[in-house]
Structures are given as structure tokens and as C-alpha cells.
Design a protein. Structure first.
Length: 307
């Protein structure tokens, strides 16, 4: 994995230490049933750090030496030993260990669920047809059942489907999309926490059918997100107030029911160098207009009334 030569402040980037593992070696370490069981037992513990004896008992391995062999393979990379007296010491997660267990729980490694498309709230902005949710290859898509217009396609780990009704899945997906884009617009990759760049694009349609759009890309892992520019404005105070005063609480409205979040019909390019965009939000004859710069910062807002 490549790293930049210097940080934005001109300081040298973090260097790999002697204890760093090649990614292939790291995956080889956890490619063992006992070691995964150790991580899962640590995750399930009510209190941490977990003493050696308690951890071995939970895993169910009688051979202490063999158990210690596998535990030491994890120590330093996925778990850390905490010194103490009596039962005060033991083993605790490192961040990498937590990520492994979270991925297992999310089902990303071992689950490949499917479900039949189900109806969701709202109507298509293009043809007013019925909308439905479809799931394939760990991605959930909101799409018009009549014309096929996409209203958002984003990753949704299999674990998010567990113990949820169709309505709850749709609600969780809405919250996840909002969270992903807030992080990305703030410059933080939702996958690896690396530096996320934002670019306004005004050429060619993406998978969402949007020409004037916002593209986010992580400089570290390459993760990308794309959306209509309006999606960034869901939690802006002026936008929230404008809608609430007209009986539209944005917290209760899935993003795909708001045309300015999924269509570029309501986005106008005012300038290109530097970028200035205007997003219109019409409600019952009134209209909020929001001007944004190339970093999606709000420059000004104005309300046009129908009176």
C-alpha cells in the first residue's frame, strides 16, 4: 500500500515499525479456527481484560500450552497483554482485533444473503412510480419499479439484515447512507478513516443517473462514494428549519423521498472556477435556495415564497 511522502503539515508520515505485518501474513494469522474463537471469546466477555485461564475456558481448549501458542500468535497484532496482579491482568483487543470480529459479526466474510425486493416509502422523482429496495452483492439499492431510475446504491453489510423487518432494513439503510456521506464530506473515509477528497463533477452520468454530482474518494484505500449535491444538506440548520416550519421533519423522511437528494434537476452550477452550486428545495409554493462551494460548505441561503 503506497503512502504519501509528507503529510499536509509537511511532517513525515507514520513509518512502519518492525512489528508491522504484511497484509498476507496478517490474514494468515487469523486463518485458524482456534484464533478466531479466541477473538470471539474476547468480544463476548462482560469485562476486559480477560485473564488467560478465563479466556482458555471460554474457548474450550484443555491443552494450556497449545492454547498459549495460538494466543501468542495474536498478541501484539490483534490483542494486547495487560499486566496486573491476580485477576486484574489479562488480554484486551487491539483495534485490528476488533475490526476482525466486527467483520465476522457483520457477515462480510461468511454470509451471502438475498431477499426479494420490497416496497419502500416514497415515489420516483422521475415518473412518480413505486419505489422498492433490492439487495445484491452486499449492496442495497432503492430503485423505481416502473422506470428503473436509481435513487441510491450503497454498501450494506449482511449483518444489517439480521433480526430486522423490511421497514427496519429501509430505516437502517437511510441512516447508514446519511452517516457515510457526512463522514466523506468531512474528509474522513468511512471504510479506513483515511483522507477523503471531494470533487464536483459535471460530466457523464454515474450509476445514480446524476450528471452534476459530488464524488468522494479516499486517498488511502480508494473507497468511493457519489451522490447528488443536496444529500450533504440533510442536517444543515437552515434546511432543517425550512422543512420543519412547513411540516416536513427531515429526520422522519428517508433521503430518497427528497428529490433534491437524489436528482440533479434541483442543482444548478453557478460557477466552475471556483465551484459554486445552487440547490433548490421547493415545498408547497415556497423554495429554499442553498449556495455551496466546491467543498460543499454552505455560502448562503435564501427563501423564495409563493406569496
Amino acid at each position: 500500500m503506497s503512502r504519501p511522502d509528507v503529510s499536509s503539515e509537511g511532517e513525515p508520515p507514520l513509518e512502519s515499525t518492525a512489528a508491522s505485518l504484511d497484509p498476507a501474513d496478517a490474514f494468515a494469522l487469523i486463518g485458524n479456527e482456534t484464533r478466531l474463537a479466541i477473538l470471539e471469546a474476547l468480544w463476548a466477555a462482560d469485562e476486559r481484560p480477560v485473564p488467560f485461564s478465563a479466556l482458555r475456558r471460554e474457548v474450550g481448549m484443555r491443552d494450556s500450552a497449545q492454547f498459549n501458542y495460538h494466543l501468542q500468535k495474536l498478541t501484539g497484532h490483534f490483542v494486547t497483554k495487560v499486566d496486573g496482579t491476580g485477576d486484574d491482568g489479562g488480554y484486551e483487543f487491539k483495534h485490528a482485533g476488533e475490526k476482525v470480529v466486527r467483520s465476522v459479526i457483520a457477515g462480510s466474510f461468511n454470509e451471502h444473503p438475498t431477499f426479494e425486493p420490497f416496497a419502500v416509502e416514497g415515489a420516483c422523482f422521475a415518473c412518480s412510480g413505486d419505489l422498492e429496495a433490492r439487495y445484491d452483492d452486499e449492496r442495497l439499492t432503492i430503485v423505481c419499479a416502473d422506470c428503473g431510475e436509481a435513487h441510491g446504491e450503497y454498501s450494506f453489510p449482511p449483518g444489517g439484515l439480521n433480526d430486522r423487518t423490511a421497514e427496519e432494513i429501509a430505516e437502517a439503510f437511510d441512516q447508514r447512507v446519511r452517516h457515510l456521506h457526512c463522514l466523506a464530506a468531512d474528509g474522513v473515509c468511512p471504510e479506513c478513516s483515511g483522507r477523503m477528497t471531494t470533487e464536483i463533477v459535471d460530466e457523464g452520468e454515474c450509476c445514480l443517473g446524476v450528471r452534476v454530482r459530488v464524488d468522494h474518494e479516499c486517498a488511502q484505500c480508494g473507497h468511493t462514494l457519489c451522490s447528488a449535491a443536496g444529500l450533504r444538506l440533510l442536517d444543515h440548520s437552515a434546511v432543517v428549519s425550512f422543512h420543519r416550519e412547513r411540516g416536513v421533519p427531515l429526520d422522519d423522511r428517508p433521503y430518497w423521498t427528497l428529490p433534491w437528494c437524489v436528482s440533479d434537476e434541483y442543482t444548478r452550477v453557478l460557477e466552475r472556477d471556483p465551484w459554486r452550486l445552487e440547490v433548490r428545495m421547493p415545498i408547497d409554493g415556497d423554495e429554499l435556495r442553498v449556495t455551496m462551494d466546491g467543498d460543499l460548505a454552505v455560502l448562503e441561503t435564501s427563501v423564495q415564497t409563493g406569496d
